[in-house]
Design a protein around this ligand. Sequence first.
Ligand code: SF4
Ligand code: FES
Length: 230
Amino acid sequence: MVTYPIDGIEDDMSFLEMLDVLNEELIAKGDDPVEFDHDCREGICGACSLQINGEPHGPDRLVTTCQLHMRKFKDGDTIVIEPFRATAFPVIKDLIVDRSSFDRIQHAGGYISVNTSGNTIDANSIPVNKHDADDSFAAATCIGCGACVAACKNASAMLFTSAKVSQYALLPQGQVEAVERVENMVRQMDLEGFGNCTNTGACEIECPKGISLENIARMNREYLSATTKG
Ligand code: SF4
Ligand code: FES
């Protein structure tokens, strides 16, 4: 851990802008900047994942680190910033962790197969009930940031994986591959070394997109049904 004193931080700066100021100072002095991940800086990509004063994405609710503002802190505060900690998220450098384990869970089943050889059916020709469409859309807002894993005492990826399973499980288009999807994604989640869920609920509280624990219950039902068929 290294403590860096820093001046000139304004209330309406984002947390990442504060780190930019720090890094500009470090670079001007010939020191190495503090490495951190970021991309969109508008709450979409999930790259800017930091543990701030012990909380994934910091003290605010329903925001990512890039949407967190310095007005949430007081002048003179010492802010403790750490990378997300989980065996399945190895630290690359400073505040950057490798979250490719999430990509591999996605690759194991987070998709549907569509015939694009000239026979594509217009998506609107398949009716979807409004309630399911809304729940599917809500699950699909997961940005894969990993805050749920960082918040969990078991480093479980159940909230992330269940959101990715649910977004298809709720739609008719997702039914064709439903059994293989849930089996393969859960298997990959376990292979990556994530822990299991013990219903603590810290993941839901820290999730910047408000992904519901209902998705975990849905994934468990899907998994039970898939593994007891035939
Ligand atoms: S479920 Fe929430 S906390 Fe977990 S990866 Fe998705 S957006 Fe991030
Ligand atoms: S940088 Fe993309 S969500 Fe924060």
